[in-house]
Design a protein. Structure first.
Lengths: 275, 811
């Protein structure tokens, strides 16, 4: 279980990184390496070239803006965990970061790496969609484009990112003081990927609500109807039956065990937000 | 004995009631048998200075990687490999013989396993070719240049179906799919006939891997001076591995030396000869150079998914009060494709048939255990060997009977246990239980988890909608069984006289050499405690040497919870042999009559003076002019063999008690409390017993709730990494509380009973009984391990129960 041979370059800036990506077919960016590392060792990933961007300080800034937090793609989960409550208007980011894998993974794994890798069971694709975050991308020509997280993640391990593009930041909008969030995931073992997960953001002052289910092979799944009902009626709209109906509408034909488990995850995230 | 709570832990306060052992130190000796001393070996382990096979580097060594079969069953049509490299297939290895495990059990069918697959592959992960290179990565690169053509054959994946329908067979030369079938019947019909209550269950334990921290590992080289192999291997039994390598490479045993350095867990996985070990030894022999193979985790989870998988059809017969009258069982073991050398697959049904009756007093028994060949890795015995399965079957049956007669499971269990007054007791399977108070362990466990409080709490619904359940499992564990038992199992190697060598070194320190080997048991400490008990020498001055066939006397090794029992007897006897020799020399040096001199706390004490062992040793080694003329020329070292007076085994036992909360929304199980009351006779080091019990229980919890190696219908393993094979970690293991009883065995040295496996036996049974207690209001039961969320939810949904939580939220 050792990686196949690959070339490696540690770049000094994003220009160099993009040049390396453009130069080599099958080049892959290396940030925290917490997903890529095992895949290399299992020879599931066989890049010809690894472009190491893990030391680029430009990707490690966290900036508070009036209405959002801009989090550099190279920011580790551990830094967000440690910021925790100080992420005013976006505290869910700290909560989610704290629950990712183990501390040793969190000290290396990055938020940009996670969203770009788009593991369907990972936390960030789910949480960033629920938070209405935007992914900031550096394009091949050195320009910048922004894309909503919900369209950026297209499915399991699939994103809208082109081969020579780099995720540079995620921008998380601040919620009002009245906003409530809920996040629930069920892992068989602490630190492992969840079997089911859900995230809820309710912001009555801005008339915004999101209920999103994670850990789906098709990528995060939005429940707009249920979200509107919960925003209007609170927990009363989140009965077992109502949630199961919403799950049935979104994912018809689930086997009963999975249906129960998914509905429970959604319901618990909703009830947390409504508590 | 009383229990007290201290900082969240349950401790047994009282010391043993009787200790009439032949020991020279007082029982309060802070270093001897019974002392809670820190492990001598831990300094090197905790500082990362352990020396495992992976830490060893020999000049010019090559790393070996194995190409493994991607299909479950097929014919090898041909193979192409780079001719200019160190790449080998079976046909290149003429000097290596197929591995063949023989058993004297009736109906046993031997089956050869070639070191690399020969003509056919029979499971995914079977080694087909090997490549050698300076690094493992380069060796794996070479594997990619080997092309093997297979003709795929239909695989045998389901043992029950394979038993019914032998049209597809992993071993086509057989006429069915049975390695062997063992049965036993004793008083069944006449006792079953009297029953007024009958319960029948089908139970399944899933296949799993053993997952030691260190997988298998072997480094072999050629010693030109000795003209033989030196094999460093992560092994529980270096002396038997030596026999195996010599036998299957056609070498004399004197030309094979096996060194087992530090071993990072074994659990049975490292007791038998693995094909990879033979391959690496062959390379070293063939090329007179060092080669090393270290199993990685993916290989372990695929090619080492080899244990626990039992299926039971079990029927319990009882009277109206739940008094057990008879047990009838048909057990199917999914044996995988091959039978190992040397224990063979026969060990598993042997243990099933003998141990299914558990700690109970009943007289009607009928059992048949079938070992079925399937296209999976060959079955190996795992910590608890079959008893985890039989305990699961027996204990869930006891609970089912209790439910059937409408009584508390603990009450029915208690009334069926062999009472203390009946000891020694021969059970329905002719097992001789030596000593103990089984019902008392249950009483103490019930008290420990505050059973009545939980029963009271169960009467009101939990605010979070979870269902609470309480479960017990009581088992007894045959440990340190010897010659008579292994002979009956038809084993090729039968343990008998365990040997140890003890030497007083020139500086008056003690060296203990034994052929058993530690792979987590702490024997560098416990055997030193035994030597200290006899000789009184400070533990710091006692060194225990294990693991090297060139440095230790022969032993069949460490397995079957035997080492502390057998080796303690041998070490103590060897120490005792030295006592009169030391006393005689000391008396002469002090010019005192021998009868007035004794050994006391590591010194030879006379009427007027005393001498250190260093002074005695100095006389023997360096100043023979001072020795008495009639000095014992055996000198200051002795190798002595020991065999317990009765070698049918010392029976440890325990009751495990569990309280769980089942979440009907997710199917998850939280262990709210877990208590173990165990009796392994005389405790040599209570801290090590606690550690062993905890470690075993953690593995048992793994079997109960997490660990599973599933296969798809094509025989493809579905859990090849830790992402899919779930091993419980520190968060999943509850704060297990342990209390000890201490009933010495009448048959063994110091009254010690083995206990290395016990912790792993009861958790699936105790937890399943607890879960079924929780599900009782729903009228459903779990009958399969692991009790995964999916299985638990499926049962709850069968009952049509709601997800439960926050029912007040309206619908």
């Amino acid at each position: 279980m050792k990686a196949a041979a690959f070339d490696y370059v540690r770049v000094r800036d994003l220009d160099e990184a993009q040049a390396a990506l453009a130069r080599s077919e099958g080049a892959k960016l290396l940030a925290g390496g917490q997903s890529l590392g095992p895949m290399l060792n299992l020879r599931l990933a066989r890049p010809a070239l690894l472009v190491d961007i893990s030391r680029l300080d430009a990707l490690k800034t966290i900036t508070e803006m009036p209405d959002a937090w801009r989090i550099g793609a190279g920011v580790t989960h551990a830094r967000l965990e440690d910021l925790g409550e100080r992420l005013t208007g976006a505290r869910l980011v700290g909560t989610v970061a704290r629950g990712i894998a183990y501390r040793s993974v969190r000290t290396r794994g990055t938020i940009g790496g996670s969203i770009a890798h788009a593991d369907p069971a990972a936390d960030w694709p789910l949480a960033l969609v629920a938070l209405g975050a935007t992914v900031e991308i550096r394009t091949a020509g050195g320009g910048t484009r922004a894309q909503a997280a919900e369209t950026f993640v297209r499915g399991a391990f699939t994103t809208d990112l082109a081969a020579d593009e780099i995720v540079t930041a995620v921008v998380v909008p601040k919620r009002s003081a009245a906003a409530r969030t809920g996040y629930f995931k069920f892992c068989r073992k602490a630190g492992e990927y969840p079997l089911v997960s859900a995230a809820v953001v309710l912001d009555p002052d801005r008339d915004a609500a999101r209920i999103v289910m994670g850990a789906l092979p098709t990528g995060p799944r939005d429940f707009p109807g249920l979200a509107a009902a919960v925003l209007r009626d609170g927990a009363a709209a989140a009965s077992e039956g109502a949630i199961e109906r919403a799950v049935d509408d979104a994912l018809p034909g689930l086997d009963p065990v999975e249906r129960r488990m998914r509905a429970s995850a959604v319901r618990r995230a909703v009830l947390e937000a409504c508590a | 004995m009383t229990l007290r709570r201290e900082a969240g832990k349950l401790c047994a306060t009282a010391r043993p009631s009787h200790r009439d052992f032949d020991i020279t130190s007082p029982p309060t000796d802070p270093q001897g048998i019974g002392a809670r001393v820190l492990r001598k070996e831990d300094a090197r382990f905790l500082h990362g200075r352990g020396a495992y096979v992976s830490d060893l580097v020999l000049p010019g060594q090559r790393e070996v990687a194995f190409l493994r079969s991607p299909i479950a069953h097929g014919r090898i049509l041909g193979a192409r490999k780079p001719a200019d490299r160190f790449v080998f297939v079976r046909d290149d290895m003429a000097e290596a013989l197929p591995i063949l495990g023989m058993s004297g059990l009736p109906t046993y069918r031997p089956v050869a396993q070639h070191p690399l697959a020969h003509e056919k592959v029979r499971f995914v992960g079977e080694a087909v070719a090997m490549a050698c290179a300076p690094t493992r990565a380069e060796a794996e690169d070479l594997l990619e240049r080997i092309e093997v053509d297979y003709e795929e054959l239909p695989p045998v994946v389901d043992a029950l179906r394979a038993k019914r329908d032998p049209s597809v067979r992993p071993h086509e030369e057989w006429d069915d799919n049975l390695f062997l079938s063992l049965g036993l019947e004793s008083g069944f019909e006449e006792n079953a006939r009297k029953a007024s209550v009958v319960v029948e269950r089908e139970l399944t334990l899933s296949r799993q891997a053993m997952v030691p921290l260190e997988g298998k590992a072997v480094l072999a080289t050629w010693d030109q001076r000795a003209d033989g192999l030196v094999v460093y291997a992560s092994s529980q039994a270096p002396h038997l591995l030596r026999i195996g390598i010599a036998k299957f490479l056609g070498l004399d045993q004197r030309r094979v030396r096996v060194v087992a350095p530090d071993v990072g867990g074994a659990f049975g996985y490292k007791y038998n000869l693995h094909p990879e070990e033979l391959c690496v030894a062959w390379l070293a022999m063939k090329f007179r150079a060092p080669f090393r193979y270290v199993e990685d985790r993916r290989e372990h989870l695929i090619a080492g998914a080899n244990t626990r998988q039992h299926h039971y059809k079990i029927t319990g017969y009882a009277d109206a009060r739940g008094k057990l009258l008879a047990i009838d069982a048909e057990v199917t073991v999914d044996g995988g494709a091959y039978s190992n050398w040397h224990q063979t697959i026969g060990l598993e049904p042997g243990q099933i048939v003998g141990n299914l009756p558990g700690p109970y007093d009943f007289h009607g028994y009928r059992v048949r255990a079938d070992c079925v060949a399937t296209n999976k890795p060959g079955f190996l015995p795992y910590r608890g060997v079959a008893r985890t399965g039989v305990c699961f079957a027996m204990e869930t049956t006891i609970d089912a009977l209790a439910r059937a007669v409408g009584r508390e499971p603990w009450e029915v269990r208690r009334e069926n246990l062999v009472p203390a007054a009946a000891m020694p007791y021969e059970n329905v399977a002719k097992k001789l239980f030596d000593s103990g108070d089984y019902p008392k362990s249950l009483d103490m466990a019930r008290e420990a988890i505050r059973f009545d409080d939980w029963r009271a709490r169960q009467r009101t619904a939990e605010p979070d909608g979870r269902l609470i359940g309480i479960g017990f499992a009581t088992y007894c564990e045959q440990s340190a069984h010897g010659m008579s038992v292994f002979k009956a199992w038809g084993m090729e190697f039968i343990p008998g006289y365990e040997q140890a060598m003890v030497r007083v070194t020139p500086e008056g320190a003690i060296e203990v050499r034994a052929g058993v080997h530690s792979h987590g048991q702490g024997m560098e400490t416990t055997l030193a405690q035994v030597a200290h008990t006899v000789l009184g020498v400070d533990l710091a001055d006692i060194r225990v040497v294990l693991g090297d066939t060139a440095e230790t006397p022969f032993s069949t090794g460490t397995y079957a919870s035997r080492s502390i029992v057998m080796a303690s007897g041998a070490v103590a006897d060897a120490c005792r042999t030295l006592v009169p020799r030391l006393v005689t020399i000391g008396a002469h040096l002090m010019q005192a009559a021998t009868g007035t001199v004794r050994l006391e706390q590591g010194r030879v004490v006379g009427p007027q003076a005393s001498l250190s062992l260093r002074e005695i040793a100095e006389a023997w080694y360096c100043r023979p002019d001072r020795l008495p003329p009639d000095v014992d020329v055996g000198g200051l070292e002795a190798t002595v063999a020991h065999r317990p007076q009765v070698d049918t085994g010392a029976f440890s036992y325990a009751t495990h008690a569990a309280v769980v909360a089942v979440d009907p929304g997710l199917g998850s199980i939280e262990i709210l409390d877990y208590a173990i009351v165990e009796d392994c006779g005389t405790l040599v080091n209570p801290m090590i017993v606690d550690g062993q019990t905890l470690g075993g229980a953690a593995q048992g919890i793994g079997t109960a709730l997490y660990e599973e190696s599933p296969y798809d219908p094509n025989g493809q393993p579905l859990a090849a990494t830790f992402a899919d094979y779930v091993v419980p970690g520190p968060v999943e293991i509850p704060d297990i509380r342990i209390a000890h009883m201490e009933t010495p065995s009448p048959y063994t040295a110091f009254g010690i009973k083995g206990m290395g496996e016990g912790g792993a036996i009861a958790p699936p049974a105790a937890l399943c009984n607890a879960v079924n207690d929780a599900l009782r209001p729903l009228g459903v039961e779990i009958t399969e391990t692991p009790m995964s969320p999916q299985r638990v939810l499926a049962a709850i949904l069968r009952a049509g129960a709601p997800a439960g939580r926050d029912a007040g939220a309206g619908s």
